[in-house]
Structures are given as C-alpha cells and as structure tokens.
Design a protein. Structure first.
Length: 44
C-alpha cells in the first residue's frame, strides 16, 4: 500500500489521459493558488 499524504506534504506529480486524447498533469497544469483533487471511481 502506498504511503498516505500528511499535512504539509508535497502532492506527487501525476499524469492522467483524458477522454479527448489530451493529458492533464497534476498539480503542474492547475493554475490556482489553492487546489482540490477529487478521485471518483465512476461506474464499474
């Protein structure tokens, strides 16, 4: 199991393939001072 993030930890860089064929790099592509990342598993 991966380590959990704690208060003050730096969010790791992740790359997501989007349905339109582009990629989103988090947190690099988020241009706001404060960021919230929500992972939703969708429908199985």
């Amino acid at each position: 199991m991966a380590d959990k993030l704690n208060t003050g930890d730096i969010f790791p860089s992740l790359t997501f393939d989007l349905v339109d064929g582009t990629q989103l790099k988090v947190p690099e592509d988020l241009d706001a001072r404060y960021k919230v990342v929500l992972f939703y598993r969708g429908h199985w």
